[in-house]
Design a protein around this ligand. Structure first.
Ligand code: AMP
Ligand code: GLY
Length: 422
């Protein structure tokens, strides 16, 4: 079959790699793709948020199945447009994508289904929001309601910081995303990313991971999209996975179906686990980046079969074939990221890296020019490895990092520290 993947990040390179492991894929197109993806698939320079452009491409290339990587096309209704045109699509409708696009929507779903989550209140004016913060005290978490590219969350350790966040948000720092603010209880515990495929009725777990959101070693520095990840996450024991499915995921999915907006695609639950109790921090309606790089290396060819089954409503027939393995990904980002950074610097050593089902360099922000790879984004490559232990995956991933020569880039040297110290 002919397959189209929408997106241009490391997540989409990993999805493309996994899809190509499966003999069902005859032709793969990625739109818009990047320098690394162009090495393995045909790239199409269209805006993936533009339904009309996506439909044109689907017609031109006789695409049978579309996989939507990032949240923006989902929030823009691209999955709806494709399904209306009769194209098999992996990814939720615009209405179901509200689970990521609006934090207060997710809170409403949690309330309706009794899912454990942080206590919260919603505000659309600064004064009552500030009064609430003074009443609750710090630490406390202030969130812009809408999509803010992962930057709309302030975990305030002091009251002053929380009050300043309110001024920023109502002052327009996040545009329309900050017009409504959710203030919530600070949750303590260990964070984990949990991924579940859904077809509107059946929910099937496809992996756990732990991300590293802070820019620098020791979880210091500003929040980023994620500087590295590993899978599985030891905190997500079988018992906690079961509890998460029964108390959080299945009730949320049932509530979405009851509302007439069933969820189809991958549901990414950001969880906080403390004293054997998972609580929902947030939902995303797509794979995590860089968590996806670990999951795809572990799932391989079956990833396509699972996504097809989700799109066709056949997840009840499926199971995941787990190897007893571990994966790690280490992100290299441009110096200065997540602040401002230089573009167009040369990355050396990528052509000599191994490309196997155990070691892959997934590109997130590169382009190929005159036989060289140039950095085009903040997060630029994700060096990903798999082994029979996390130690082995760690050694292989960092061996790849050491083989890359890119003075204008940096990486964390402590990915996996929580699990490795144990
Ligand atoms: P988000 O951008 O929604 O992924 O949130 C960014 C990060 O803020 C999360 O990964 C958590 O580390 C942290 N965070 C969000 N909500 C809470 C909360 N209620 N308590 C503690 N930490 C939180
Ligand atoms: N790595 C976290 C995310 O994709 O949101």
């Amino acid at each position: 079959m002919n397959i189209l993947i929408l997106g241009s990040g490391g997540r989409e390179h990993a999805l493309a790699w996994a899809v190509l492991q499966n003999p069902k894929c005859d032709k793969l197109i990625v739109a818009p793709g990047n320098g690394g993806i162009a090495q393995i698939a045909q790239c199409a320079a269209i805006n993936p948020d533009d339904s009309a452009a996506v439909l044109d491409l689907v017609a031109e290339e006789a695409v049978d199945f579309v996989i939507i990587g990032p949240e923006a096309p989902l929030a823009a209704g691209v999955a709806d447009a494709l399904r209306e045109a009769g194209i098999l699509t992996f990814g939720p409708s615009k209405a179901a994508a509200e689970l990521e696009a609006s934090k207060s929507f997710t809170k409403m779903i949690c309330d309706a289904s009794n899912a454990p989550t942080a206590a919260y209140a919603r505000f659309n004016e600064a004064d009552p929001a500030k009064a609430y913060i003074r009443e609750q005290g710090a630490p406390i978490v202030v969130k812009a309601d809408g999509l803010a590219a992962g930057k709309g969350v302030i975990v305030a350790m002091s009251e002053a910081e929380a009050l300043a966040a309110i001024d920023d948000m109502f002052g327009g720092a996040f545009g329309g995303a900050g017009a409504e603010v959710v203030i919530e209880e600070f949750l303590e515990g260990e964070e984990a990313s949990f991924f579940v495929l859904c077809d509107g009725e059946t929910a099937l777990p496809v992996g756990t991971a732990q991300d590293h959101k802070r820019a620098y070693d020791g979880d210091e520095g500003p929040n980023t999209g994620g500087m590295g990840a590993y899978s599985p996450a030891p905190v997500m024991s079988d018992a906690i996975v079961e509890k998460t499915m029964e108390e959080i995921i299945k009730p949320s999915m049932a509530e979405m179906a009851r509302r007439g907006t069933p969820f189809q695609g991958v549901l990414f639950a950001g969880l906080m686990v403390k004293d054997e109790q998972p609580k929902l921090i947030e939902y995303n309606v797509r794979f995590g980046d860089p968590e996806c790089q670990c999951l795809m290396l572990r799932l391989g060819a079956q990833a396509l079969d699972l996504m097809l089954a989700a799109a066709e409503g056949r997840l009840n027939e499926m199971s995941v074939n787990w190897a007893d393995d571990h994966a790690m990904t280490v992100v290299m980002a441009a110096n200065g990221y997540p602040g401002s950074y230089e573009k167009g610097t040369v990355i050396n050593g990528l052509d000599a890296l191994p490309e196997t089902s155990f070691e892959m360099c997934f590109h997130a922000g590169t382009k190929r020019e005159a036989g060289q790879f140039l950095a085009t984004g903040g997060r630029v490559i994700a060096l990903t490895a798999r082994g029979t232990s996390l130690q082995e995956a760690h050694a292989k991933a960092y061996a790849m990092v050491d083989a890359v020569y890119w003075p204008e880039g940096f990486n964390r040297s402590d990915i996996g520290w929580r699990a490795l110290k144990g």
